[in-house]
Design a protein around this ligand. Sequence first.
Ligand code: PMP
Length: 418
Amino acid sequence: MSHLSPVLHQATPVVAVRGEGVHLFDAAGRRYLDFTAGVGVTSTGHCHPRVVEATQRQAATLVHGQYTTVLHEPLLTLTERLGEVLPPGLDALFYASSGSEAVEAALRLARHATSRQNAIVFDGSFHGRTMGAAALTTAGSRFRAGIGPLMPGVAVAPFPYTFRLGMAEDEAVEYALRGLDHVFATTSVPEETAALFVEPVLGEGGYVPAPAGFLAGLRERADRHGILLVADEVQAGFGRTGRFWAHQHHDGVVPDILVTAKGLASGFPLSAIAAPTGLMQRAWPGSQGGTYGGNAVACAAAVATLDVMRDENLVHNAAEQGRRLLDGLRKVAATTPEIADVRGLGLMVGNEFCRPDGTPDPGAAQRAQRAATDLGLLLLTCGTHSNVVRMMPALVATSGHIDEAVELWSKAVYAATD
Ligand code: PMP
């Protein structure tokens, strides 16, 4: 009998048969509070009626209008609608299906546009699993060990991971920017550097928001050296952090290329890069494409997602509920010595588990995550050492859902650390 490859690892034993809002249900009808949202994907909740209606209608009209063959209405509408939420100037869009593909598209564009080869990433970065994106990924050995040789031309600079560095925010930013300057002076000279790839909130690397000043420092260096700044907003973008884009927490900073996926289409596979037209024009003709990019049903889902986000004020809700979640989790941590740091932006919150000597404690994090599953709260871990339990519910989460999650989390933590 055939079966799923053992290479796939499931964080929970749940077999989901139905989803509704922030809940998943198994075959026995057991209800789970889903604070994973399909790894930050189902932004409007599972099966939002307006997304379901729009995609059903689209599926009955045109499923696949391959975009290097024909154009289709959902793709054109989505492109126009994204213009309303994208930072000014980022007016040209290219679509793909997954985050990794979009990251590769950004890299391709950056190399063409600058005629330079190198990329600089930041320690703890996650940009995907395809070979180019994996080369840009430093969040953990599990994403790159044993599959090399990976793409050359990637240098790694420090990320201002304040807690891990044991520094104040200003100090961590200064340290990280000095580290970047050191990379320019040693391994990737500016004249050979096409792009800096940054997640405004480290995702798989541990849910670490970049402190104030870091992105501005990157912007300044990118401008000074003619390097492109790529914001990977695959996980942190699309309203999750309480601003439409996570880089918008950093006043005045606009990336040259913005990468989006996940929350964009409420669960349908869709990703995009946005950049100024003048920059996109520097890509070599025919160098970007793909069979499934900008799929019609996925684009219809994205248009409906934008409608729901606007009409239900979901970006504001993410900011408000995120604060409530952070407050609640900090109270739990205050009585749990194993939880050494709680941090986040909007509905992207991490609980970092450490041993008394300050070293990462993945065992405690995993016990808490499993205990939460047993209690009906679905969570994931992240971080280089898998010692951070992350919470990223759909943006439709209410105060009631947040309070219920905090309550279940407090029980799970108690059960796991007792
Ligand atoms: N960039 C970031 C920041 C991500 O979080 C992810 C996925 N976790 C990716 C890129 C890759 O996206 P995908 O899995 O859709 O290829």
